[in-house]
Design a protein around this ligand. Structure first.
Ligand SMILES: *Cc1c(COP(=O)(O)O)cnc(C)c1O
Length: 485
């Protein structure tokens, strides 16, 4: 392989601002004063504050250098399975930054922000149409908070019928947030085993679905990137035994315009706007996990709810059965604007095309790499595929070594050791925004790493050798974080 992206390049070290600059430097020059001197520095020093003296160029270089240590989807391919790290078009950023949106104070009187309320109302309608559901709340700030909202809705629904079941079924392939959200709401999560094909079976769900079970959380496509083929029968069974079906729609990027969640019988579903609908994520920034529900759950949705009458938009609190408020004000509005802009610029046909390409790309990666890496579920996948390090076991090379070595080739590693049902999982989600050239380079790099594992396993044990930071002691980094560089 001579076409390697990774290089040691000009990666510069950078000290803390406190270790830079020198006394008397300044980032500005002002006309000479015509007022009395106020010894602000002494005042600051006596408060224990200690600001370094820096010039403009010190500050600009400091932050620009730090930014070059980062890797994002704007830098290169970011095939992190289950995270949908696709490229987010800049037009959506631009819309969210329009002063009419970004400078609107959340306490503005409703008459003065009709435009904002209208676009949020329209976004709710778009998301209802995309999912085939009846009503939507935009409030939850993340997928996990959407799940919590769903659990509260399930609880409120059963309570309104005088029932108080205590368990929720969660497949063994679920994202860790699923059992955590159920537990946070006071439910006991019960694991349901997936079968040898990586999906749920009616029999396994039936075994646990009893009178004391409030419902089931189903991720579709699941976190193995596989479509839950028995979904309809499972939904019927759960409903017949008095339970509700919660859909984890974080993987909606695989089925936009293809799967009608409402027709599939799900009672509710959360979406991750920051995954599927164009908000940069991964750094802990704001997200949005709207929850879409069927009619019978609408009375319990969080307040305030957006209402429209004769072209006038208003927030209403008048829902006596509501589970209450989930977020300050109306949720993370900036994320909603990006999603709205993304949906409007794409249109229905292109949203569907995006999902088709996401699935095509994942299958392309799967087929081309299955000679190099063991593929536990060798069947058509949806938006992501899962390999393991089984073929490399003989050379004492693990998933972690493979992921670290890939960094030397200039790629962000895939998700590793998840989902937990697969030993040594390497989970790749290429997304629809990677070109064939970039995918080929990624595939060739991973195939080259598999060859290196056979011929020179030490290379992998020492990897990464090119990035600024070498292999970290991840346990110590988590237990004893050093935040001063
Ligand atoms: C990302 C993800 C979540 C959690 O979403 P957050 O926004 O990170 O809270 C839940 N379920 C699945 C399947 C996911 O991929």
């Amino acid at each position: 392989m001579d076409n390697i992206l990774g290089t040691t390049g000009l990666i510069l070290n950078e000290p803390l601002l406190w270790e830079k600059g020198s006394r008397g430097r300044s980032g500005f020059s002002l006309p000479s004063r015509d007022v009395e001197v106020c010894p602000i520095e002494d005042a600051l020093a006596s408060n224990g504050l200690d600001f370094p003296d820096l010039s403009e160029v010190d500050v600009v270089r400091h932050f620009t250098r730090l930014s070059t240590w980062n890797f994002g989807v704007d830098t290169g391919t970011y095939p992190l399975g289950s995270c949908t790290m696709k490229y987010n078009p800049k037009i959506n950023e631009k819309q969210a930054a329009l002063p009419g949106f970004s400078a609107a104070h959340p306490l503005l009187p409703q008459e003065l922000c009709q435009g904002l309320l209208r676009f949020m109302f329209d976004l709710e309608r778009f998301l209802a149409e995309i999912t085939g559901m009846d009503a939507v709340t935009l409030q939850p700030a993340a997928g996990a908070q959407g799940e919590l909202t769903g659990m509260l809705l399930i609880h409120a629904f059963h309570k309104s019928r005088g029932r108080k079941p205590s368990k929720i079924l969660v497949p063994d392939t679920a994202h860790g947030t699923n059992p955590a959200s159920a537990a946070l709401c006071g439910y006991r999560p019960i694991a349901v085993e997936s079968n040898e094909r990586g999906i749920l079976t009616v029999e396994n769900v039936a075994k646990s679905m009893d009178e004391d079970t409030a419902g089931i959380m189903i991720t579709n496509p699941n976190t193995l990137g596989l479509f839950e083929e028995n979904l309809s029968e499972i939904v019927d069974l759960v409903h017949a035994r008095g339970g509700l079906v919660y859909g984890d729609g974080a993987n909606m990027n695989a089925v936009l315009g293809i799967m009608d969640v409402g027709r599939a019988g799900l009672d509710m579903l959360h979406l991750n706007l920051h995954k599927t609908f164009s908000t940069p994520h991964g750094g802990g920034g704001p997200g949005a996990g709207p929850v879409c529900v069927k009619k019978h759950l609408e009375p319990f949705l969080p307040v305030p709810r957006l209402m429209e009458q004769d072209g006038h938009y208003a927030l209403s609190y008048n829902f006596p059965q509501t589970i209450g408020r989930l977020h300050a004000f109306y949720g993370n509005v900036g994320v909603m604007i990006r999603a709205y802009s993304y949906i409007r610029t794409m249109g229905a046909a292109n949203l569907k095309k995006a999902s088709q390409l996401a699935v095509l790309n994942a299958n392309y990666v799967k087929e081309r790499l299955k000679k190099s890496f063991s593929l536990p579920y060798d069947r058509p996948c949806m938006h992501e595929c899962v390999f393991t390090d089984k073929y490399q076991a003989g050379c004492k090379v693990t998933t972690l070594d493979i992921a670290k070595r890939l960094m030397d080739y200039g790629f962000h590693p895939p998700t590793v050791y998840f989902p937990l049902v697969v030993n040594g999982a390497i989970m790749i989600e290429p997304t629809e925004t990677e070109s064939k050239q970039d995918l080929d380079l990624f595939i060739e790099s991973l195939a080259a790493v598999a060859e290196e594992a056979k011929e020179n396993p030490d290379l992998l044990h020492q990897a990464p050798t090119k990035p600024k930071m070498r292999r970290l002691d991840e346990t110590r980094a988590a237990r004893k974080p050093c935040l001063t560089g």
